[in-house]
Design a protein around this ligand. Structure first.
Ligand SMILES: Nc1ncnc2c1ncn2[C@@H]1O[C@H](COP(=O)(O)OP(=O)(O)OP(=O)(O)O)[C@@H](O)[C@H]1O
Ligand SMILES: [Mg+2]
Length: 611
């Protein structure tokens, strides 16, 4: 039985194509099952218990048949006295043993599955967060998340129940059919000749109905997407007076879903009556024919009872196979998707307790030497065409230029999120390739364009810059970042929860948290990607003061949108269309006249003047 899952990932895994079960996919799946290896003895014991419990289960029809015959004074088996009391007690005792075995089997399998699953989860997560950034550009976070939850739960289902079920049902089917033939070859022959017809019809019908219901589910999902989109963007719907349009759109999708569902219901009704007819028909025929065999004394009443019980076992296991097969298919698909992550190339970093140790301290000089770059996801578009500049340690470099020109991209390159397609980046004169990735990242801090905080406390968010920092250091950093006051205004102070489930901080507040975080890290190189949305003047002044504090004694790369903030930069580079179109200090660039910098600067002064 599949466990119910609460997360939405369930429908997602239904939608994905199910792989055919063949050698290739099985080989891949086996790799997942190698996680069972540490528990192999428990697994073997579990299997033995499983076989034992399946076999003992199959003794009951024989015992029941013998009991009924015993009631009529007949002895069915030589080894079993024709004593109703005796047979009854024996049955109960076997049942007790069987239940005990089942308990241990389930307990063992669940333990194995939980522990090996946890190992797969750990490995997948570890692999995931050590993958290079461009892996994430191609995928939605929701999808990756569902691999960790839905896909792995699917695999877990298979490990805990499906595999055991397959074995159990196979035993019960095989031994069951054998015993049917043993009890009454005539009845069995008649029974087994109609069975294949029922199965084939059921399979064809079932597939057809599933297709219909999937189509209707898709339509329903579409209509739900409309609800979600419009509710999230309700202010847009209202502002454009599109309520009528959206209602109509929703109604039309819903109508389609209903039509398909009704069509599906017709076939499902037909299918259900067919199955009921077939099952009860078969039962009637067996008892009918069986009763006539009893009347001519060919078999005893006990034999007939035994036969009916065994045929229930056989029918039950036959009926369970399609679901088991589907579950195996789903698991194969799931393990393929999980393995895809486990097979990805990791970034060249060692993730352990030593990853914060700096082997090669940097003073902070940076040089770009004819750097060209296009994003791996869009190799045809060259973002940086030829970028060269140098900045000495402790100096302030500003990058300006139109939106979308590649300023944040330069920051990503300094952080080594990507490698240049051409050219070299030097840190203290050493090419990036000769430095450890962790050495570079440990000595660069970034205050990004849009600061994203984790959903923990403010304290945790600041200490992310240096996990070893004590409470004192965190407060000092917050004070220097001009964040202490607003933090203390919250009733919970530093323990205020931020993010989705807590306080939502303003843009300026989030930036100051990010600045405190960077201060705590105390890096040689600081990258400041200014927020595009401007803050109000008070907030901007506080952020500006915090930034000046932060920039002291280190190399700063400022990606500036408010040009007023970079007047004292040691060097300003103007990036346009992937090239550096101008270099100089504020004064030099202003004196040049006619350039983009002067133009932008004048535009901004005008705006300030107007507002
Ligand atoms: N991960 C990515 N994958 C592919 N293309 C990207 C990626 N990130 C940015 N780009 C593209 O690269 C170009 C430069 O983007 P970038 O973010 O560096 O611009 P920017 O100069 O920082 O702009 P802004 O001033 O608006 O912040 C844009 O055309 C953008 O669409
Ligand atoms: Mg940017």
């Amino acid at each position: 039985m599949a466990r119910p899952r609460l997360n939405s990932g369930d429908s997602h895994s239904e939608d994905l194509p199910k792989p055919k079960i063949n050698k290739e996919t099985l080989k891949k799946a086996l790799k997942i099952f190698s996680y069972i290896r540490p528990f192999k003895w428990k697994f073997v014991i579990g299997m033995v218990f499983l076989i034992l419990s399946s076999l003992t289960m199959l003794t009951f029809p024989a015992l029941m048949g013998a009991m009924i015959d015993a009631a009529q004074g007949k002895q069915k088996f030589d080894w079993l006295p024709a004593d109703v009391m005796y047979i009854g007690l024996l049955s109960i005792s076997i049942l007790a043993v069987q239940s005990t075995i089942s308990f241990f089997r389930i307990r063992l399998f669940v333990e194995i599955a939980e522990k090996s699953l946890a190992n797969i989860r750990k490995d997948t997560y570890h692999r995931l967060i050590t993958l290079p950034i461009d892996f994430f550009a191609n995928r939605r976070v929701g999808e990756l998340n569902s691999r960790l939850s839905a896909d792995l739960s699917q695999i877990q289902d298979t490990m805990t129940t499906t595999l055991a079920e397959i074995l159990r049902q196979t035993i019960s089917l095989g031994v069951g059919v054998f015993l049917l033939v043993l009890v009454s070859p005539k009845l069995a022959l008649m029974n087994l000749s109609v069975l294949p017809i029922i199965i084939v019809v059921a399979l064809i019908f079932g597939r057809f109905i599933r297709k219909l219901s999937k189509e209707s589910q898709d339509q329903l999902a579409d209509s739900n997407a409309i609800v979600q989109e419009t509710l999230l963007g309700i202010s847009n719907v209202k502002a454009f007076v599109n309520e009528y349009f959206e209602s109509k759109r929703y109604a039309s999708k819903l109508g389609k879903a209903v039509n398909l569902a009704v069509k599906g219901a017709t076939y499902r009704g037909l299918f259900a009556s067919f199955i009921i007819f077939a099952i009860f028909g078969a039962a009637i025929v067996v008892i009918w024919y069986g009763a006539s065999l009893v009347s001519i004394n060919e078999i005893s009443v006990g034999d007939l009872t035994m036969y009916i019980l065994y045929s229930m076992f056989v029918a039950g296991s036959m009926g369970s196979f399609p679901e088991l097969y589907a579950s195996i298919q789903r698991s194969l698909g799931a393990s393929e998707r999980v393995l895809e992550i486990l097979d990805e190339d990791q970034e060249d970093i060692k993730v352990d307790e030593t990853d914060k140790n700096i082997k090669q301290p940097l003073t902070g000089a940076i040089a770009f030497d004819h750097v060209r770059f296009s994003y791996p996801t869009r190799p045809d578009i060259q973002i940086l065409k030829d970028i060269s500049f140098q900045i000495q340690a402790g100096k302030k470099l500003a990058i300006v230029g139109p939106s979308g020109t590649g300023k944040s991209t330069i920051a990503s390159l300094i952080l080594q999120f990507y490698q240049p397609t051409d050219g070299t980046i030097y840190y203290d004169g050493i090419p990036a390739s000769e430095l450890a990735l962790t050495d570079i990242r440990n000595q660069v801090a970034v205050v990004p364009q849009d600061v994203l905080l984790f959903g923990g406390t403010i304290r945790e968010n600041i200490s992310y810059g240096n996990l070893q920092a004590d409470a004192e250091e965190i407060i000092t950093a917050a004070k220097r970042a001009n964040a202490h006051n607003f933090i203390m205004d919250f009733p919970d102070g530093y323990d205020t929860i931020v993010g989705e489930r807590g306080v939502k901080l303003s843009g300026g507040q989030r930036q100051r948290i990010a600045i405190a975080r960077a201060l705590l890290k105390d890096p040689a190189i600081l990258i400041l990607d200014e927020a595009t949305s401007s803050l109000d003047s008070e907030s901007e002044r506080l952020v500006q003061l915090a930034l000046e504090e932060l920039m002291k004694n280190r190399t700063s790369v400022i990606i500036a949108h408010r040009l007023s903030t970079i007047r004292d930069a040691d060097m300003i580079i103007v990036v346009e269309n992937g090239f550096i179109s101008d270099v100089g200090t504020h004064q030099e660039l202003m004196n040049k006249g006619g350039g983009l910098y002067q133009h932008l600067y004048q535009l901004q002064s005008l705006q300030v003047f107007e507002s």
